[in-house]
Design a protein around this ligand. Structure first.
Ligand code: HEC
Length: 96
């Protein structure tokens, strides 16, 4: 029974949707660190555990150019609204 539960858990973690979100989020790791935890001393904002609403609002503001940025405007323009929502959910769900 326990083994079955573990197998089910592994299957759930590797569900296509979860893999998709993780693949999108990997594009952010070079600067924001693995799962949104930046390397100490890099001065890049952490994404892990911030509210989904805040992350999504900032991403939209970068995308439409209303939030000043060095690189994020260009990066956010490379994603659809649905993909930005996926990214915001992913990082909001990570432990701080
Ligand atoms: C090349 C480095 C780089 C990459 C790659 C990158 N970012 Fe950023 N990000 C930044 C910088 C720098 C800032 C600060 C704003 C600016 O100057 O552009 C920032 C700011 C942000 C913010 C605002 C955070 C806050 O608390 O104000 C969010 C949200 C964000 N990035 C999300 C993402 C996501 C999602 C991805 C992947 C799709 C990503 N970033 C990829 C460098 C990067």
């Amino acid at each position: 029974m326990a083994l079955l539960a573990i197998v089910r858990l592994a299957a759930a973690q590797d569900a296509p949707q979860a893999l998709y979100a993780r693949a999108l989020a990997a594009n952010c790791a070079a600067c924001h660190g693995t799962d949104g935890h930046p390397m100490p001393g890099t001065h890049l904002p952490a994404l892990a555990g911030k509210s989904r609403q805040l992350l999504l609002q900032r991403l939209h503001a970068f995308r439409d150019g209303s939030r000043p940025a060095t690189v994020m405007q260009q990066i956010a323009k490379g994603y659809s609204h649905a993909q930005l929502a996926e990214l915001a959910s992913y990082f909001a769900a990570q432990a701080k």
